[in-house]
Design a protein around this ligand. Structure first.
Ligand code: FCX
Length: 438
C-alpha cells in the first residue's frame, strides 16, 4: 500500500490546480460582506480564511472532508481488536482527503512509534520545570524547544525552493505528532507521579496505545479506547477556532511547525477555549460537593442560576459557531452508554442530568446564542471516572489531539503556497468614517 507521503504527493497537484483556477477565474468574485459587528465582534461569521480538511456547520456540526462523525465512526479503521476511530486514521483522512486502509493505518502507527522517543535535551528541559508550572505551559514550552531539530528550519537556512516547503513541513509535523505522547506523558509523570519510571515506546502499539501506556493506564482498555475516540474527535474543528487559527497565522510567517504549534497550544490554554474541559470538571465537582449525591433536576437548575447570577459562564455550554448540541459531545455520551461502569458513574450521571436542564436555563437567561453543550461538557468526566482525576492535565490531552488538524493545515498551506496572513485593522475613528461613507 502507498505511504502517507506517496498519497499526498499524488493528491497535492490536483488541489494546487483547483486553487489556481479558482484564483484566476474568480479572484474578484464577492462572496460576503463585512459588517461593523464582524470587526468589533471577534470576526464571528466572517468568511476570511482557507481551511480544507474540515468545515463546521452550525446545525450539523463538524465534517472532515465531507464525512460527519458517525460516517467517520463507520469507515475509519480502529485499533486491532478495538472499535473506536484511531487518531492515525483521522490524521490520514485530514491530510489526504482519503479513508486509509487498515494496512496504511498500521504503517502510520509504526512510523509514529519509531519516531516517538524524545531527544535527551528535551527530557532534561521538561524535568527541570517546576511541578507547579501548569501542564499546558510545559507542553507549549517543550513543543517550541523541539524546533531545535526542525527539518524545515534547517532546509530553509540552506536555501530550498518553495515547491519543497511542504515535504520538510510534513517531516516536522509527523515528528512532532510522534513525540507528543512521550512528551505529554512525561509532563504528567513529573507533575503528578514523580519518581514513577516511564516505559519506553512500544513499536507495535498505535499512538494512543503508547500514550495510555506511558500515562500508566495501558491495561485499561476502556480508557485507551476512550482516548482514541477523544483524540480523533478533537483533532480538527475547521480553521477559525483560536488554536487552529493561531497555528495558521504563525505558520504563515514560515516559522517552523514546532513554533507554530507551540503558539497554538497557548491559545488552547485559555478558559474560553480548550481549558474549558478542566473548568467543566471543576464546576461539576463543586456542584456535586454542594448538592451531594442523588440530586434532583430542580437542584441542578438552581445551581445553574447561581453560577449565572454570580456573573460566570456555564463551562462546556455555548459555542462561537455551533447552534445545536455538539455531535462530538453526543459521540462521547454514546461511548458512555456502551459501558455499564460508565452508565453508573455518579459524575457522568451528573453531566447527563445537567444536559437535561442547562439548555432551558440558558435560553431563559437569554444571553448565549447557543444554549447547548460543546464537546468540553462531556470530555473530562470519563477520564475522571477511570482514575485520571488530575483535571489541570485535561487540556494537554486536547493539545495532543489538536495537532492533527492544525499541523495538517500547515502542510497544505505550504503545498498551496498560501501567503503571510495580514488582515487590515482599523481604528474606532476610521470605522466611524467608514460607516458615514457607507
Ligand atoms: N454561560 C453563560 N453565558 C454565556 C455562555 C455560557 N456558557 N456562553 C455564552 N455566554 C454569554 C457570553 O458571555 C456573552 O455575554 P456578554 O454579551 O455579556 O459578553 C453572550 O452570552 C453572547 O455570547 P455568544 O455569542 O453566545 O458566544 P461567543 O461566541 O462570544 O463565545 C464561547 C463562545 C464558547 C466562548 C462561550 O459560549 C463561552 O464562554 N462558553 C463557556 C466556555 C466554554 O465552554 N468554552 C469551550 C468552547 C469550545 F468548545 C472550545 O473551544 O473548546
Amino acid at each position: 500500500p502507498q505511504t502517507l507521503r506517496e498519497t499526498l504527493q499524488e493528491v497535492i497537484p490536483a488541489k494546487q490546480e483547483q486553487l489556481k483556477k479558482l484564483k484566476t477565474e474568480h479572484g474578484n468574485a464577492v462572496v460576503g460582506d463585512v459588517k461593523v459587528d464582524n470587526i468589533i465582534g471577534g470576526m464571528r461569521g466572517l468568511k476570511a480564511m482557507l481551511w480544507d480538511a474540515s468545515v463546521l456547520d452550525p446545525i450539523e456540526g463538524i465534517r472532515f472532508h465531507g464525512l460527519s462523525i458517525p460516517d467517520c465512526q463507520k469507515v475509519l479503521p480502529p485499533a486491532p481488536g478495538g472499535k473506536e476511530i484511531l487518531p492515525e486514521s483521522m490524521l490520514w483522512l485530514l491530510l489526504t482527503g482519503q479513508v486509509p486502509t487498515p494496512e496504511q493505518t498500521l504503517g502510520l502507527s509504526r512510523e509514529l512509534a519509531e519516531k516517538g522517543e524524545l531527544p535527551k535535551f528535551l527530557e532534561d528541559l521538561v524535568d527541570s520545570f517546576p511541578q507547579t508550572l501548569h501542564p499546558m505551559t510545559q507542553l507549549s514550552m517543550a513543543v517550541a524547544a523541539l524546533n531545535h531539530d526542525s527539518s524545515f528550519q534547517a532546509a530553509y537556512e540552506k536555501g530550498i525552493k518553495k515547491t519543497e516547503y511542504w515535504t520538510h513541513t510534513l517531516e516536522d509535523c509527523i515528528n512532532l505528532i510522534a513525540r507528543l505522547p512521550a512528551l505529554a506523558a512525561r509532563i504528567y509523570r513529573n507533575v503528578y507521579k514523580p519518581d514513577t519510571p516511564l516505559p519506553t515506546i512500544n513499536k507495535d502499539l498505535d499512538l494512543v496505545g503508547n500514550y495510555s501506556n506511558l500515562l500508566g493506564y495501558g491495561d485499561n482498555e476502556s480508557l485507551t479506547e476512550y482516548l482514541r475516540l477523544y483524540i480523533a474527535l478533537h483533532g480538527d474543528h475547521e480553521g477559525g477556532n483560536a488554536s487552529a487559527h493561531t497555528a495558521h497565522l504563525v505558520g504563515s510567517t514560515l516559522a517552523d511547525p514546532y513554533l507554530a504549534y507551540s503558539a497554538a497550544l497557548s491559545a488552547l490554554a485559555g478558559p474560553l477555549h480548550g481549558l474549558a474541559n478542566q473548568e467543566v470538571l471543576r464546576w461539576q465537582m463543586a456542584m456535586q460537593k454542594e448538592l451531594g449525591s442523588d440530586v434532583s433536576l430542580d437542584q441542578i437548575k438552581e445551581y445553574l442560576w447561581k453560577t449565572l447570577k454570580s456573573g460566570q459562564v456555564v463551562p462546556g455550554y455555548g459555542h462561537g459557531v455551533l447552534r445545536n448540541p455538539d455531535p462530538r459531545f453526543i459521540a462521547l455520551q454514546e461511548f458512555c452508554e456502551t459501558r455499564p461502569e460508565l452508565r453508573d458513574s455518579p459524575i457522568i450521571k451528573l453531566v447527563q442530568q445537567t444536559f437535561q436542564v442547562a439548555p432551558d436555563v440558558l435560553k431563559e437567561h437569554g444571553k448565549t446564542k447557543n444554549p447547548y453543550p460543546n464537546v468540553d461538557a462531556a470530555s473530562g468526566c470519563v477520564l475522571y471516572h477511570y482514575g485520571l482525576t488530575e483535571f489541570k492535565y485535561y487540556t494537554v490531552i486536547f493539545g495532543v489531539s489538536r495537532a492533527l488538524g492544525a499541523l495538517t493545515q500547515l502542510v497544505w498551506a505550504r503545498a498551496l503556497g498560501l501567503p503571510l496572513e495580514r488582515p487590515k485593522s482599523v481604528s474606532i475613528d476610521v470605522l466611524q468614517q467608514l460607516v458615514k461613507q457607507a
